[in-house]
Design a protein around this ligand. Structure first.
Ligand code: G4P
Ligand code: NA
Ligand code: NA
Length: 189
């Protein structure tokens, strides 16, 4: 996606050879025009797939997910990261380990928003090791629903997430793919 690539090149800050900071348009301040284009692109990629729900994880996945859901004219659900205090019986729970943060979080989705007939498009802002995406996929499968695909705004292709998800049989569509962040420079695939 041309506009997204330009944003990454002009506003992305390479923090290390592993981490790209994009807080001016995706992770803190958000660019609604860019998010609208991101949503339109995912909707185009999944047109004809009969998507019934878009699923993401709070917080940075919400903007691209809501724009995608708007374009597809379906609801958007975000998995919560904080522990729910009530109704543990009525929620789907999965553990997600973050290599970046070296911690395990429980993600939760209310059972009432996913059912076995749902055809779900998972959306997230970044794909690194794939732990968040695998956790979201397990939530969908726990509900007996289908994961139709996984749409990622920025894939770090030098980390194993995309490969592992594809090896597990999931369709993965990333709008930009970064081959390397070495020497303080963004190199696209
Ligand atoms: P994984 O799910 O692919 O295994 O990724 P990981 O655990 O490493 O990611 C932990 C958090 O860091 C996630 O955000 C993820 O989006 C973010 N992240 C991973 N790599 C990068 C990067 O290079 N740049 C930026 N800006 N973020 C990255 P989160 O903790 O869920 O936070 P939120 O922003 O969604 O609230
Ligand atoms: Na994030
Ligand atoms: Na995220």
């Amino acid at each position: 996606m041309k506009l997204l690539k330009e944003k990454v090149m002009t506003e992305g800050i390479v923090l290390s050879d592993q981490v790209l900071k994009v807080d001016s348009f995706l992770n803190h301040q958000m660019d609604p025009v860019l998010m609208r284009e991101v949503g339109a692109e995912f909707a185009r990629l999944y047109a004809g797939e009969k998507i019934t729900k878009v699923l993401t994880i709070e917080s940075s996945g919400i903007a691209p997910a809501i724009m995608t859901a708007l374009e597809l004219d379906v609801p958007m659900i975000f998995a919560r990261k904080h522990k729910s205090l009530t109704l543990r019986d009525d929620i789907l729970v999965e553990k997600v380990y973050s290599f970046t943060k070296r911690e395990t979080n429980e993600i939760t989705v209310s059972k009432k928003f996913l059912n076995k007939d749902d055809r779900v498009l998972i959306i997230d802002d970044f794909l690194a090791n794939g732990e968040a995406a695998f956790g979201l996929a397990r939530v969908v499968e726990q509900a007996g629903a289908s994961v139709v695909g996984i749409g990622i705004v920025i894939e770090k292709s030098f980390q194993p997430g995309a490969r592992l998800l594809e090896e597990a049989g999931y369709r993965v569509d990333s709008l930009v793919r970064i081959a390397s962040l070495d020497n303080g420079t963004v190199t696209f695939v």
